[in-house]
Design a protein. Structure first.
Length: 116
């Protein structure tokens, strides 16, 4: 398996954990030193480092079982993956892009950006 296909497979499995609202599984697929940059507050979001901080940032999203992320497009190159997505919840939706980096078979960076 090439680095590109491995990175794509890791991010796809990570996305499946999100779709299942399985926070523990998603976090198990991140490195200990993973960095997540959230979309808010504007203009730059907040950087969360490590699983504990990331759990706090993601908990409400995973708890909302009516919400859905749908990947519109995905592009992998080496250890990087870019995904364009729509996130829907009761009463609304947003569209955005995630920039991932994969290291040792796990997500080590997830930087999120949204339209609007």
């Amino acid at each position: 398996m090439t680095e590109t296909s491995e990175s794509a497979a890791v991010v796809a499995a990570f996305g499946a954990a999100w779709a299942a609202h399985d926070l523990d599984k998603a976090l198990s697929m991140t490195t200990d030193d993973c960095v997540f940059e959230s979309t808010g507050p504007a203009p730059d979001g907040i950087q969360h480092k490590g699983r504990d901080e990331i759990r706090q940032a993601w908990q409400a999203i995973f708890d909302d079982t009516a919400s859905r992320f749908v990947v519109e497009d995905s592009l992998a190159a080496g250890d990087r993956v870019v995904e364009r997505w729509t996130y829907s919840w009761n009463g609304g939706h947003i569209r955005g892009v995630d920039l991932f980096r994969v290291r040792d078979g796990k997500v080590c960076e997830k930087f999120a950006y949204v339209k609007g």
